[in-house]
Write a new protein. Structure first.
Length: 318
């Protein structure tokens, strides 16, 4: 099978590509720079160097492609809405239209379970849950809009939207980005230390993607997560430990953390600071609010099953 993967240098795309090559698929990967292109060549992957904003330039490449796996996106906690819109919404729309025109059979989109966030505790929610007031996040808003664009065209191409919660495992760039901050002051426990956090190990997400590639009869939105329910503080402590750091004992009430996150976002946006702030309102919502999802639909319709437990995933980091 010939498969085109966007975000080929990211956490999801890079690990997925290795699996696809191992299963003898012909893989093309969209990357932005020369070094990432060279890295793909070493994996026997055809690099397509470009940007989601100009994806229509690659229409010819899609003509013989069977499946598009769209994992590429602008993922930041702060930033101008137009940047998110042009890449995550318009870029997705352009890629989808090009895929339909080229006769691609299937379009798999990696979204986020956090599109359901409304600031309140959410337990065991299904894909049908509709928040009345989503939290303010340009990133999450762009994912919601992209999903809507995809579903408008579900009669023209098989659309599968996967919604993982916190994606974790080896190779998390955000852990390296925050390393100096965590080593200096630790990582705070926000709100109730015993609340649960929905997670998805990268290997489990890839298992769901592979199942989606092989299933020609399903379509729609699917939650994908680790089967175990984990407590946020314990999970983050062990994850940070796996990356060779210590979490520390700092605790912040959620309201105070929201104020701090808002201030940080204002500073980062006002002065165009590069990277992500050490704390942001979306991080506060993720880490400070009870949130679990029900992924039985993916298990029943896609045949998705965990291939690694949370304990095994954490142990592999050490």
């Amino acid at each position: 099978m010939k498969i085109f993967v966007t975000g080929a240098s990211g956490l999801v795309g890079k690990s997925l590509i290795k699996l696809l090559v191992k299963e003898n698929h012909e893989v093309l990967g969209l990357v932005r720079n020369d070094q990432d292109a060279e890295d793909l060549k070493t994996l026997k992957v055809t690099p397509i160097q470009g940007d989601l904003r100009t994806i229509e330039e690659y229409n010819e490449i899609l003509k013989d492609v069977d499946v598009v796996v769209h994992s590429g996106a602008l993922v930041r906690f702060v930033g101008k809405f137009d940047d998110f819109f042009q890449i995550n919404v318009k870029g997705t729309e352009k890629l989808l239209n090009s895929s339909i025109e080229a006769g691609v059979k299937k379009f798999i989109y990696i979204s986020a379970a956090a599109v359901a966030f409304d600031g309140n505790p959410l337990l065991d929610i299904t894909e049908d849950y509709q928040p009345q007031n989503r939290i303010k996040s340009n990133y999450l808003t762009s994912k919601v809009l992209a999903e809507k664009e995809l579903l408008k065209r579900k009669e023209k191409i098989q659309i599968i939207i996967l919604r993982p919660p916190v994606i974790w495992g080896p190779g998390m760039r955000i852990m390296e980005e925050f390393r100096s901050t965590i080593e200096k002051i630790g990582f705070p426990t926000i709100g109730d230390p015993d609340h649960h956090l929905a997670t998805c190990h990268i290997d489990n997400l890839n298992a769901a993607i592979i199942k989606s590639i092989m299933n020609d009869h399903v379509h729609g939105i699917y939650h994908v997560s680790d089967q175990e329910k984990v407590k946020a503080r314990i999970f983050m402590r062990d994850l940070i430990k796996g990356y060779g750091m210590k979490m520390g004992n700092m605790r912040l009430p959620k309201n105070m953390a929201m104020i701090m996150g808002g201030m940080m976002e204002f500073i980062w946006s006002t002065f165009n600071v590069k990277g992500n702030p050490p704390i942001s309102t979306i991080i506060v919502h993720i880490m400070g609010t009870e949130f679990t999802i029900n992924d039985s639909k993916a298990r029943e319709e896609l045949g998705y099953q965990d291939i690694i437990s949370v304990a095994e995933g954490l142990q592999s980091l050490v």
